[in-house]
Unconditional design. Structure first.
Length: 336
């Protein structure tokens, strides 16, 4: 994924406005330190972490490679083991910005498939082919581990799947793992002034052309998890999510606050990110991107983003736990 820099200056005004509207009193802050809600599932950060470690041990899961195919097998195997009603694989071909054709696979696991009202959860499992944001220019074509960017979303969603297998939700849940999110233009090959937005999220762009839903049975909304395992990660209300799916952003951020995580799920508008949620929203399922924005002022990505430091050492189980508890609570409170 990438930040859409062009709009950042426009957003600055909106961010300040939102910030001032949302200012809370000292009394609110004292109350917020006491969690009002309990975790409704039994989300294990250790289990989520072990899925990340398994993925990293496979090597870089670059779209179109045998390792990515092995990762798709691992995901579908876990979904079946955790009791998904069905596991659907969508095999397709996509064309990258260099003109290369890649075979890709998206994997969908359906839980409580009889429920009419459904929620979609998704994450990308492919990893960035290049560390194009490394300081050392000689390393910028090396592949990355993608422990956070790729691994963490998958780890949290598989642990959510395990929970849904043990304790079914009232609402139907579709969990989608997409390929080829992170094959967008290498930072050193970008052409100034040209939009390369469509070079990202290739797997999702393919999925939305052939979704297994008729218009009356689409998920009501979606939640995308991307970079949800970083150290001391904080999550702002990502700009496009806030614009197109604000009622669901409200729901998720309120649940996080009730769990005592309001210093992590910051109730302020963040940067605008070209990510899978943009295409799912465009396809008629308003989708929220829970994505790390470390810097509270500029909402920028964490320093490990698209570098060789995006490795297991920089995964924080506390972050996995907070995101897992929050999303599971949202799901368990939905009526089918
Ligand atoms: Zn990425």
């Amino acid at each position: 994924m990438k930040v859409k820099l062009i709009l950042l200056t426009l957003m600055a005004g909106a961010a300040v406005f939102y910030c001032c509207q949302g200012a809370s009193s000292a009394g609110d802050a004292a109350l917020a330190s006491m969690p009002e809600a309990q975790a409704l599932g039994s989300f294990s950060a250790d289990s989520a972490f072990s899925h990340i470690s398994t993925q990293v041990a496979m090597g870089p899961r670059i779209a179109g490679t045998p390792t990515a195919a092995r990762c798709a097998e691992y995901i579908s195997g876990r979904l079946a083991a955790y009791g998904a009603d069905t596991v659907i694989k969508q095999n397709a071909r996509v064309i990258t910005y260099t003109g290369q054709t890649l075979p890709i696979t998206n994997v969908l696991g359906r839980f409580n498939s009889g429920a009419k009202r459904r929620v979609l959860l998704l994450a990308h499992y492919d990893t960035r082919p290049w560390a194009d944001h490394e300081n050392d220019s000689s390393l910028r074509y090396e592949p990355i581990d993608g422990a956070n960017d790729g691994g963490s979303g998958v780890g949290v969603l598989l642990e959510i799947a395990r929970n849904l297998g043990i304790k079914p939700s009232d609402v139907g849940v579709d969990i989608l793992f997409v390929d080829a999110e992170d094959y967008g233009t290498h930072a050193e090959e970008e052409v100034f002034g040209a939009s390369d937005d469509e070079n990202w999220c290739l797997g999702t762009q393919k999925w939305v052309t052939d979704m297994p839903y008729d218009p009356d049975h689409r998920p009501v909304y979606g939640i995308l998890l991307d970079m949800v395992g970083g150290r001391d990660a904080v999550f702002h209300r990502e700009y496009f999510s806030n614009r197109d799916a604000s009622v669901y952003v409200d729901k998720i951020w309120a649940e996080a606050k009730a769990l005592g995580y309001e210093d992590v799920f910051i109730n302020k508008i963040g940067g605008n990110v070209i990510d899978d949620h943009v295409y799912v929203t465009r396809a008629g399922i308003p989708t929220v991107d829970i994505i790390e924005n470390t810097n509270r002022q500029t909402s920028s990505f964490p320093p490990t983003w698209h570098t060789l430091s995006d490795n297991l050492e920089n995964i924080d189980k506390n972050t996995l736990q907070r995101v897992g508890n929050t999303v599971l609570n949202v799901i368990y409170k939905e009526k089918g």
